[in-house]
Design a protein around this ligand. Structure first.
Ligand code: ZN
Ligand code: ZN
Length: 422
């Protein structure tokens, strides 16, 4: 009988055999990124790698999603999730394997494409972990589900898999786990219990006025002035209505009205973005926006009720306490000093749609991707924000190692916290 930590070490010994193909796979994926919902080649490559390893492979779930199941005796059922999509960003990393890909987006525009969020790291690490666990199947018992999700960047890929019958494909799942590469030193991992990534909501607000000649304001209801009042008044939601110890962000990122200086237009469109860490705060902020906008329209004598459209919505990522304690314990045992607490992030993710639909607990963790020496130098000079490119930057360039090894190890270590013999 092996002990749990021996079993983990034995399974991870297989990295010596997977590392070389993982690095090749990663560089190829990085050079050939695909936009959200267009991950056809990526999904094909993923499925090809999983077939033959004893996995039951399901393709085309929610569009391009891939679900691979390895039944390995009685025991817990663990879902490991990676996202596959890239972004419309023109790569400026200067890497040998940089992307020069261009593709057509959903609006019909030709755009550059780059793995600027590092989802290529997630895919490659999960493929490695799936292989290691299959090769070392005598050291654990249970069922492993490797899930490759489309369209995280458009916030609807996880939901698409759920709506396409994901639950019916799977046995009764016990836990779901996922990771994201971040601008932190490569070789490190970290998580935290409770709210980790914010919920995000975007709202398009159309307010109506009455158009007129710019010289005759008395004939108009001016939607430009109305929109300006709304922008200012919305700033009071976070500062005056949300408790000071509750993090929340409200940004009006876009405001559009009119075409010419001497024409008062008949409507204005504002787009606001919200980040919150609890459902009550989220609901309170959305209600406050509606209340303020409606009242400002009334104050201006607006001839029509305003329109509100919600879009680009991401759920809260709220790590389960017990699940996170189990993963953190396994990480500390394996990674030692390389396991660090992760601060709350204002980024958002749609991963939690999957455990929510399966009604299972989950933990999500961060994985460092920046060359440790580069990071240390920037930190020593107090220049991390200026010198270290972050996710979605055209210069975001995770180092291949130790990022891939660490991401692969983290998935195996975390999965085996459920699957290994105790
Ligand atoms: Zn992203
Ligand atoms: Zn991402």
């Amino acid at each position: 009988m092996t002990t749990s930590s021996n079993a983990v070490d034995t399974v991870l010994g297989g990295l010596a055999r997977t590392r070389a193909w993982q690095e090749d796979f990663y560089r190829d994926l990085h050079a050939h990124p695909e936009l959200s919902h267009q991950e056809f080649d990526t999904a094909r490559k993923v499925a090809a790698r999983l077939r033959g390893g004893g996995y039951e492979v399901h393709e085309g779930i929610g569009g391009t999603g891939v679900v691979a199941i390895l039944h390995n005796g009685p025991g817990p059922v663990v879902v490991l999730r990676a996202d596959m999509d890239a972004l419309p960003v023109e790569e400026a990393t200067g890497l040998e394997y940089a992307s020069t890909v261009r593709a057509t987006d959903t609006d019909g525009n030709e755009v550059p494409v780059m793995h600027a969020c590092g989802h290529d790291v997630h895919v490659t690490a999960l493929l490695g972990a799936a292989h290691l666990l299959a090769d070392g199947s005598e050291h654990w018992s249970g069922t492993l589900v490797a899930l490759f999700q489309p369209a995280e960047e458009t916030s609807d890929g996880a939901r698409a898999m759920v709506d396409d019958g994901l639950a019916a494909l799977l046995p009764a799942v016990d836990v779901a786990l996922a990771q994201h590469v971040l601008p932190a030193p490569a070789g490190t991992v970290g998580t935290r219990a409770g709210p980790l990534l914010s919920a995000a909501d975007s709202m398009r607000i159309t307010v109506y006025g009455r158009g007129a000649h710019g010289s005759m304001p008395q004939a108009a209801v001016d939607p430009v002035v109305l929109a300006a009042m709304i922008v200012v008044r919305l700033q009071t939601i976070v500062s005056r209505e949300i408790p000071p110890d509750e993090p929340a962000v409200l940004t009006v990122g876009s405001i559009r009205a009119g075409t010419k200086s001497n024409v008062i237009p008949d409507h204005a469109v504002l787009e606001a973005n919200l980040r919150t860490y609890s459902e009550p705060t989220r609901t309170a902020m959305l209600d406050a926006i509606r209340r303020i906008v409606t009242a400002e329209c009334q104050a201006s004598g607006s001839p029509r009720e305003p329109d509100f459209t919600l879009f680009d919505r991401y759920p809260l990522t709220d790590n389960d306490t017990d699940t996170t304690a189990r993963v953190s314990g396994a990480f500390e045992a394996f990674f030692g000093q390389r396991c660090r607490p992760l601060p709350r992030q204002t980024a958002s993710e749609d991963f939690s749609e999957i455990p929510a639909a399966l009604e299972v607990p989950y933990t999500y963790w961060g994985l460092g991707g920046i060359d440790p020496d580069t990071y240390r130098k920037a930190a020593d000079h107090g220049r991390v924000d200026q010198d270290i490119p972050v996710n979605h930057s055209a210069r975001f360039a995770p180092v291949v190692q130790p990022t891939l090894d660490t991401g692969t190890q983290a998935l195996v270590v975390a999965a085996m916290a459920w699957l290994a013999p105790t």
